[in-house]
Ligand binder design. Sequence first.
Ligand code: JFZ
Length: 539
Amino acid sequence: MFHLPCCMKTETLLFISLIIPFVFLAQEDSDNQWNETEEAYHQRMKWWKEARLGMFLHWGVYSTFGGEYQGEDHGKEMGGASAEWIYLRADVPENVYREAARNFNPIAFNAAEWIRIAKQAGVKYMVLTSKHHDGFALFDTKASDWNIMKATPFQKDIIKAYVDECHKQDMKVGFYYSHEKDWFHHAKAARDTSPLSDEYINLVKTQLKELFTNYGKIDVIWFDTPVGEHLEFNKICAAIVRKYQPECIINGRIGNNLGDYQNFGDRQVIDPGKKGYIESIMTMRLNWGYDHNDDYWKSAAEVIGYISAAACRGSNFLLNVGPTPEGRFPIEDRLRFKAIGEWLDIYGDAVYKTEGSPFAEEHHWGSFTTKPGKIFLHLFNWHGGPIQVKGVTSTITKATYMDTGAPLTFSQNKKAAEVNIKLPYNKEKGQIKVILLEYDGELELDMNQGPDFIPEKITHLTARMVKGKASNIKDISFDIIEEAGTHYTFELSEYTKFRINDQGRITRVLGFNIQEDQQYKIIYTPYAKPKVEIVTHMK
Ligand code: JFZ
């Protein structure tokens, strides 16, 4: 950690040994004195990189609202923020929100069951909201009464139950902690760049110290919504974690590049070709927190495709569940976790402990991961027919289906860096398949003759809302004219999902019944081809 030049005199050594304890004590308050060799850093990141699949849990007082306040949906699907933002977005009065805490009594919460589900799904680490933006602590804290012990009838330290059970079941354990946004103790605002008060900084210091000294070993800390201006504060947060648990991995959203790995946007799988330690984060439906109106569940196949793609892109995948206010995982989540577990039972070797493809492009059928002697072809975009692998020049000795072990016919042209594999034209319905290529010697890749397919971005971040009148309805296309006069044309496609808000309740509609001159809210994701996601009648 601390390397001394060999020529250093004894006096200097003595002097250093005297000041080191001082530096150590000072860490918590000022500079981040973190010193770590490259080697120690990679060693510390090893389990995390091998893990590939994590479970994110958003749970707290907001869960009791289910995304709705006074009959209005404020969840993600209505173009608003995610359900855990309801205190801010619906501008819920403080006394009402405190009352909601008095109704937070998750009698069905069973940490053993949560971790069992995660284990069965092949999840290797978990990250639970210890404090989200609403400032509410799911743990016993001396820093504020706004916590599970003092503000709810439940009065059991949820964080303790969760950590103990993770330790018991040999699951890596993490905390999400909203260090910057705190709508109860700092500012009720979407973003606040003003300097933080000493009082608030002290609260964070106390809570972080509690989280890192009261519960035993913590493997990951997940800070959120960094504010660039708060460098000193971010350093304080990092230093507390480093001081009490130097092995703990800090996520990228601590801010100011103080984390151990990178997080990119929200609800997306990172693009191919990125280097370093990366984590992609994703919701199982639209919202992070529990939202009882949100039934935009991704299918099990879709989520498995993302896990597969994330691994090929050298990224961990942190998949979210928003438990119910009672403390259960919704059945839809459980079904998906079960399917993921079944898939990983067969294909885990192609995911865990692998390297992602270094190419910035992919193949039209998917991409690959590697480990010594093996190349795993993940067919997450395959629709039938033979496939070609570009960019691999190691001598391939064998090609098999990973699930059955059945051999496949292949040919290799090393000069053109091509491997051709015969596959049936008829694609059976069901699981994403992975093909195992075995090779002799070292992995050899030709970076100049790699794949050239640019995959569509996997993201849900860019949903936008348009409000206006419908006109010009022709078959599958229609226009929306906003009050400001802006004109949008939408085309319905196989991706179209929409529903109508009928007297405040949201019902699924199976036919397309947009009507001329009616007002609509349209939430869409402006990809290359706009995909209309939700259409809502305005009241
Ligand atoms: C944040 C939170 O506000 C949200 O409630 C949830 O906890 C999520 C995991 O993180 O939301 C963000 C943070 C960063 C981005 C987008 C949403 N981003 O970088 O695009």
